[in-house]
Design a protein around this ligand. Structure first.
Ligand code: GTP
Ligand code: MG
Length: 188
């Protein structure tokens, strides 16, 4: 069963949901398509709120999936128009979660298949590596890359992030959904 439901939003560790379910977090640049990817993954249109306005997701949002694991939507990073007071809060909020949540099993780092990863994407991936956290890179919006260029786009991401694998994904067509599920299932 993959029934997903919203549990709560939290800013600090003391507010994270109780229980011992393994957690899988989703991180990525603001507006990259993270909430859409989450919705596509669990087959729900509006579980995680999506918008064309970057910086919409500003708290850590917890969802349960099939009452077996928790999906965690992290606020997007690196969007200049998000007010400074919110940007200043992002670092400590995400850092506390990633470094201190004992239930975290995997971080899915969502990047845009159309562009080379940003410096912040590279910082995120190398930070996770240094911390020894499990992570998987997913390149979303692959539907927007012409078929003839998809292989090249993925290669650019592999090389830039120096990671062993990237899952091409599309929230529009559902491409990559099975692969990402398998990656998650192997960690929870
Ligand atoms: P914030 O929470 O604001 O940081 O954004 P987000 O990363 O959660 O992005 P969101 O899922 O809200 O999507 C941003 C925009 O990209 C929306 O207009 C989506 O419709 C569009 N989008 C997301 N994923 C895809 C995709 O796979 N393909 C295409 N073509 N568009 C997408
Ligand atoms: Mg979002």
């Amino acid at each position: 069963m993959r029934v997903a439901r919203f549990i709560k939003s939290a800013l600090r560790r003391r507010d994270y949901p109780a229980g011992s379910l393994p957690r899988v977090a989703f991180a990525g640049r603001s507006n990259v398509g993270k909430s859409s990817l989450i919705n596509c993954l669990v087959g729900r249109k509006n579980l995680a709120r999506t918008s064309s306005t970057p910086g919409r997701t500003q708290l850590i949002n917890f969802f349960s999936v099939g009452d077996r694991w928790m999906l965690v939507d992290l606020p997007g990073y690196g969007f200049a128009e998000v007010p400074q007071r919110l940007r200043a809060g992002w670092g400590p909020m995400v850092e506390e979660f990633v470094t201190e949540d004992p239930q975290l099993r995997l971080v899915v780092v969502v990047v845009d298949a159309r562009h080379p990863p940003s410096d912040l994407d590279r910082v995120m991936v190398s930070w996770l590596g240094e911390l020894g956290k499990e992570f998987q890179v997913a390149a979303t919006k692959i539907d927007k890359v012409p078929k003839s260029r998809r292989g090249k786009s993925v290669d650019v991401i592999l090389e830039s992030l120096e990671v062993p694998s990237v899952i091409p994904f599309s929230s529009v067509t559902g491409e990559g959904r099975g692969l990402l599920w398998r990656s998650i299932e192997s960690c929870v």
